[in-house]
Ligand binder design. Structure first.
Ligand SMILES: Cc1cc2nc3c(=O)[nH]c(=O)nc-3n(C[C@H](O)[C@H](O)[C@H](O)COP(=O)(O)OP(=O)(O)OC[C@H]3O[C@@H](n4cnc5c(N)ncnc54)[C@H](O)[C@@H]3O)c2cc1C
Length: 352
């Protein structure tokens, strides 16, 4: 189904009031020939194309001048062998619902990734992660339509080049791959992982800890910590946790001994973006209708009626304050979309 001049307000978790020139609801694989024709026409008119899931990691900076493909493919196929459960999940399935269903059915492994908003097809794009687990730990393969030649293709886990909040879908296959399904492989021999954040209260070495307990704790902690986009528009963590040199980390630690820091295998050090923003005294800082969340500094929120430009100005201010105080340049995790496709905070600022 195609809609013209379609409001995107309900399709992005920031609730930004932007419009798409055209929007196609991709609900069945049998619509593929129609979709490929539409893509051809759009490309011939030199208009941009955007693949959209739940819009929970997307900031529409302007009305979109081309075709938005909203992926709404549904279905879950389950199989198992002696060692593993396997799930082939269509890209439009809701991720939080999938996690809840698997835990309820005694299929363990995804519980640390509970309540991450969005659809399954977006999960490999930034290799979603939380509480020490990432999608890459359970993703066996990803099926996609190649928007250049129209072919259906499959990538193995290794082919996806998963890294921290990164994958081939943000690199060589950006604007080229429309993910149709994700195949997950979950070992039946389950090991709890409770080493991160407030989950430490659970003892992962105890035989009694269950996946349901971890799921319940993750849901409780996230609900307490993060604003619900249905009530207060936001896109979760706005910035990535920066990875800096050991030297810079050491310098910062000499002035801020309590700074959270996580040494990486390659010698670099990951810092906590939320802590850096909080140290700049920015919790609650507001520009127009956009504000730094009062409880969680890493989250920028729409306090009601925020324009995309309010969010952009606030993000630029936060980035500048952190740069001045810590000499660390924050990179945004949220995908910025302007009239012609993906852009960056810096490009939006430069174009004003
Ligand atoms: C309250 C809150 C908490 C969050 N917590 C976390 C967290 O703990 N960990 C984490 O990793 N993320 C977190 N996020 C970010 C977000 O949930 C994830 O990035 C999620 O995967 C986005 O899914 P989506 O369907 O909304 O993607 P969208 O915003 O619709 O799209 C995100 C990107 O994926 C692309 N994309 C979407 N679907 C497809 C497809 N089928 N094929 C190809 N490309 C596609 C889009 O083009 C876009 O570039 C949080 C967000 C919110 C609002």
């Amino acid at each position: 189904m195609i809609e013209k001049n379609c409001s995107l307000k309900a399709f992005n978790s920031f609730s930004i009031d932007a419009y798409a020139h055209r929007l196609f609801h991709f609900q069945k694989i049998s619509q593929l020939p129609e979709l490929l024709d539409l893509i051809k026409v759009t490309k011939a008119a030199k208009q941009p194309i955007l693949v959209l899931g739940g819009g929970s990691n997307t900031l529409f900076c302007e009305d979109f001048s081309g075709l938005v493909i909203k992926v709404e493919l549904m279905g879950v196929n389950k199989s198992e062998d002696a060692q593993h459960h396997r799930l082939k999940v269509a890209a439009g399935e809701d991720w939080p619902q999938l996690v809840e269903n698997t835990v309820e059915q005694g299929i363990n492994g995804l519980e640390n990734l509970a309540l991450i908003p969005g659809v399954v097809g977006a999960a490999p794009v930034q290799n979603i992660g939380a509480y020490g687990v990432e999608l890459k730990d359970f993703c066996e393969s990803v099926d996609y339509v190649d928007l250049i030649d129209g072919e259906l293709k499959t990538l193995t886990n290794e082919d996806c080049l998963f890294a921290y909040r990164d994958s081939i879908f943000k690199g060589d296959l950006k604007d080229r791959a429309l993910i149709t399904s994700v195949s997950l492989k979950l070992p039946k021999l389950w090991k709890p992982l409770c080493r991160y954040g407030l989950l430490e209260a659970l003892n992962e070495t105890a035989d009694s800890v269950t996946a349901l307990q971890i799921f319940d704790n993750v849901c409780r902690i996230r609900s307490e910590k993060l604003p619900d986009p249905a009530i207060l528009g936001n896109a979760g963590s706005f910035f990535k946790n920066p990875i800096v040199s050991e030297h810079l980390s050491g310098q910062l630690l000499s002035h801020h001994a309590d700074m959270p820091h996580y040494p990486q295998a390659d010698g670099s050090v990951k810092l906590a973006a939320g802590w850096l923003i909080d140290q700049c005294g920015l919790k609650g800082h507001q520009i127009g209708g956009a504000a730094v969340h009062t409880e969680q500094a890493l989250v920028l929120v729409n306090n009601g009626g925020a324009t995309a430009y309010d969010v952009v100005q606030l993000a630029a201010f936060v980035r500048e304050q952190v740069l001045q105080k810590f000499a660390v340049l924050l990179e945004h995790e949220v995908r910025f979309i302007d009239a012609n496709g993906e852009t960056t905070l810096q490009q939006v600022i430069d174009n004003v």
